[in-house]
Ligand binder design. Structure first.
Ligand SMILES: NC(=O)c1ccc[n+]([C@@H]2O[C@H](COP(=O)([O-])OP(=O)(O)OC[C@H]3O[C@@H](n4cnc5c(N)ncnc54)[C@H](O)[C@@H]3O)[C@@H](O)[C@H]2O)c1
Length: 374
């Protein structure tokens, strides 16, 4: 097949493009080489053998050129992280995706598949259970609670303690600008895909880990943030109390999931979780990073939190398993690979402090009130 990979100079996109090329497909990449992932003067990773088009998914003309003659599309290009330019999230992630379908429908392009990269973020706090009131999908934690350092999510009915449960694909509850834009993106892709007979699949990735996750971007991504800190000899900073839970998936497993749905019609019209399915605390993960570097230090709990962050989320991956997919790599393996990759660079920029300053300035990163100096 002739396959277009948007965001193909980025982390998941470049690995996907490589895997497609290795499977005998012809690959075209559309990527705007956007900062901070692609700073000026740093050569981007473009898989050899792929055709590269520099363009912006917000521009119809760039879609027209990129979609010409292709059979399938992987749409990875996106605006991410915790910044406050809300409009940009929707412009890139939602309008950009609408333009894909607009061009495909208007030009009657015979697309055989569109795979859109969505995110576990669409679940917000995900699924919880209260012993008395059963399953629920709570809203974002209030700022007042967070300012008091009350990290856990209380039952919305009785205020009592709840336990977090693996979250399947049936209910979404997006809570921040990124999550809202990703949910709008996948909804319009699945709906327009159905309406105009463009087979479409949405993949909701958990935290994907592996080489090429840009170290120029330090706004999100526990693996790169912790690795950057330890690489520069500093203790990794863990937000909240470090007991928050996530699941992690290795880039090779994530790429296999993407390739699997390419020729599986039974996947069409659906969203799938692509995760590790195993809950890890962020504190344990920080220790994994420290161990991978062979460093002698402890993670640092500063009493800061990122407003809009989820407390616990772990994906239920049974739907994708039923298609024959299974994650095979552990977070320890992913971290080891990232560290090995990082060490191939003679100079790794220390961008953490700058990113943290910007998040503090915009009140994304906040301190519990009783320790506040802000
Ligand atoms: N990495 C993860 O853990 C993760 C988790 C959940 C979802 N996702 C989703 O997967 C996709 C890929 O993520 P990634 O980690 O590879 O990101 P990345 O930042 O490494 O790559 C994204 C690429 O898209 C390009 N891009 C951004 N805006 C663009 C625009 N307007 N026009 C054209 N190109 C543009 C960038 O230049 C970059 O090369 C995204 O849609 C993201 O939302 C990623």
């Amino acid at each position: 097949m002739r396959v277009l990979v948007t965001g193909g100079a980025g982390f998941i996109g470049s690995h996907t493009a490589e895997a497609l090329l290795a499977s005998g497909h012809a690959v075209r990449i559309l990527d705007g080489l956007m900062p901070p992932v692609h700073p000026r003067r740093v050569k981007p990773w473009i898989p050899p053998g792929a055709q590269f088009l520099r363009g912006d998914v917000r521009k119809r003309r760039d879609w027209e050129a990129a979609l010409e003659g292709v059979d399938a599309v992987y749409h990875f290009a996106a605006y991410q992280d915790y910044l406050l330019d809300f409009g940009t999230f929707f412009h890139v992630n939602v309008v950009g995706t609408a333009l894909l379908y607009e061009v495909a429908v208007r030009r009657r392009l015979p697309l055989r598949k569109v795979v859109v990269a969505s995110s576990q973020a669409v679940y917000g706090e995900g699924r919880y259970r209260c012993a008395e009131h059963g399953a629920c999908f709570p809203d974002i934690r209030s700022r007042a609670r967070l300012d008091r350092g009350e990290w856990e999510v209380p039952c919305p009915q009785c205020g009592g303690a709840m336990v977090s449960e693996p979250t399947d694909e049936t209910f979404v509850n997006p809570q921040n600008q990124y999550a809202l834009s990703k949910h709008a993106q996948e909804s319009l892709a699945l709906r327009l895909g159905h309406q105009y007979e463009i087979p479409t699949v949405a993949l909701r990735y958990s935290i994907v880990q592996g080489p090429r996750q840009s170290f120029y971007n330090a706004y999100s991504g526990a693996c790169r943030i912790f690795c950057l800190a330890v690489h520069h000899g500093r203790r990794p900073v863990v937000y909240e109390d470090g007991r928050q839970v996530r699941d992690f998936v290795n880039i090779r497993d994530a790429v296999r999931a993407g390739l699997l749905v390419l020729d599986r019609p039974e996947a069409d019209g659906q969203a799938f979780n692509v995760g590790g399915g195993v809950p890890y605390t962020i504190m344990d993960f920080a220790h994994t990073v420290i161990k991978a570097f062979g460093a002698d230090m402890e993670p640092e709990v500063t009493g800061e939190y990122r407003f809009g962050d989820t407390r616990h989320i772990c994906s239920d991956i049974r739907r994708l398993r039923a298609l024959g997919w299974e994650p095979t790599e552990s977070p320890e393996q992913s971290v080891a690979e990232y560290v090995a990759w990082l060490r191939t660079f003679p100079r790794v920029p220390d961008v953490l402090a700058q990113a943290a300053r910007r998040m503090r300035r915009t009140a994304v990163l906040r301190r519990v009130a009783d320790r506040s100096t802000a």
